[in-house]
Design a protein around this ligand. Sequence first.
Ligand SMILES: Cc1cc2nc3c(=O)[nH]c(=O)nc-3n(C[C@H](O)[C@H](O)[C@H](O)COP(=O)(O)OP(=O)(O)OC[C@H]3O[C@@H](n4cnc5c(N)ncnc54)[C@H](O)[C@@H]3O)c2cc1C
Length: 309
Amino acid sequence: MLRRSLLALSRSSTVQQLVTTLPVSGGIVARFVPGETTERAVAATATLAADGLQVTLDHLGEDTLDRAQADRIIDEYVGLLEALAADGLARAAEVSVKLSAVGQALGADGAAVALDNARRICQAARAAGTTVTLDMEDHTTTDATLDALAELRRDFPETGGVVQAYLRRTEADCKDLAAAGSRVRLCKGAYKEPESVAYQGRADVDRSYVRCLKVLMNGAGYPMVATHDPRLIRIADMLAGRSERDAGSYEYQMLYGIRPEEQRRIAGSGKTMRVYVPYGDEWYGYLMRRLAERPQNVAFFARSLVSKG
Ligand SMILES: Cc1cc2nc3c(=O)[nH]c(=O)nc-3n(C[C@H](O)[C@H](O)[C@H](O)COP(=O)(O)OP(=O)(O)OC[C@H]3O[C@@H](n4cnc5c(N)ncnc54)[C@H](O)[C@@H]3O)c2cc1C
């Protein structure tokens, strides 16, 4: 109930105006977003890499409504990739890209614009010595995003994709994606989706996650297990063992600021742990999705708003 209300609120412009006056440094925002600039993102990457963690960086922004804005976002990613390479961090960090941020929602030719733009980021990533993963957004974009992923992989087979266990279709998508060299991030899914396409109960989502995990771990690809859920991490460990996967043939992923001790514990045990680091000034939608996931964070968030005023 609370999750649904918060996801609905994330679309309210009045609430957005109030919340975005919060300072990014300190308080609830800084807990999930290390900063608004490339410099802050690179500094956060350096700190995580020094602790043996891998990183994927997301320049926050979605629902881009004009080409100029899409171009600015591409410039941002290209600048970030150059900065990572210059600081010797490109082996530790890749980037995550939302197609809606690079033009997917721009009317009839949105899919083509987004694909061209994503290609430019893939080129910059390759030049820097790293890779791109295409984030997955709400279910109305799943087909278009998987189509774009297939196209990009013709020239950039290292490009990663994401599937969401809450969607009923995802086990079948995993079967299609579990091919050699295919990097696939499995997450539960963060959007408010209708029952016609998505499981609504936690237990059903978790069961779907395990079914998808089995397909990916038994397949020939490179599974990226994105969850903070201790039970699912234990099951992933067990399935990886059963499939005789070595530590370099799959990885765990968690969000910046969530279970940081567990992130370091997993990396310290010799497994690959990648931290998803969002940065930039458009942190509102991202923050609201994180709050919706964990009611305990909402009290902290409310206190931030009150103490501000
Ligand atoms: C690297 C990464 C990339 C992602 N990319 C996408 C994407 O492209 N598209 C998309 O829709 N979603 C994405 N997500 C978000 C994802 O879909 C979920 O919304 C999010 O990860 C929360 O789900 P969970 O698996 O952690 O499980 P939850 O059901 O939220 O939590 C399960 C359990 O994890 C533990 N836990 C969770 N949060 C905390 C916390 N703050 N502190 C302590 N314990 C905690 C608790 O034990 C909890 O019971 C991504 C997530 C990650 C980690």
